[in-house]
Design a protein around this ligand. Sequence first.
Ligand code: HEC
Length: 169
Amino acid sequence: MQTRLLYLLLLAVSLFLVQCRKEKTPAGPETDAALFAKAQSLNGFAYYQDNSQIHRSSPQSAHKAFFRVRFNVIAQAALTDSGKLPQGGVFPAGSLIVKELQNDSLGTQPAGFAVMEKLPGDINQQQGWVWAEYKLNGSGYVISEKGAICTGCHSNNGRDDVRVFNLFP
Ligand code: HEC
């Protein structure tokens, strides 16, 4: 009986410790659940060139017909060339770029998110970015695919693989 109690106590203590560790070290490998949550939040994000207008995708896009792009606070710090990353520039670690995928120009038919998160040390990074594309329910192209279908199109263009700057100057 006492041994059982001791086991339960040990279990409770270790669960507690695991929980504390989780809170103190957010910088583990990125997960789809966490990245999807970040992509949905608008907190601290700014739209490209401070303009929330929805654009028609360029003919070079593989994404939905319409979109707008937003940058988290860390990424915004690198947008020093009239809202663009300067030629040859590199986004700092922690930068998150979210492309809101839309089926119309009014934003009445959101279709999900394509995301690039700068995490050069992450197990799923490819060219320094973690790549994903989520539908509104969170399913989609997951980070463990390592951007295999993304990087060809986003391959280095002198602006850290981000396409919108040259196509929508
Ligand atoms: C066929 C080419 C192509 C493929 C494949 C592609 N993209 Fe894109 N992507 C574009 C273009 C072009 C833009 C610029 C906006 C536009 O015209 O839609 C863009 C924009 C983006 C943006 C906004 C930042 C930027 O680069 O402008 C993100 C984020 C993004 N794509 C993520 C992804 C992810 C993740 C994948 C893979 C699942 C992917 N893309 C696959 C062409 C592509």
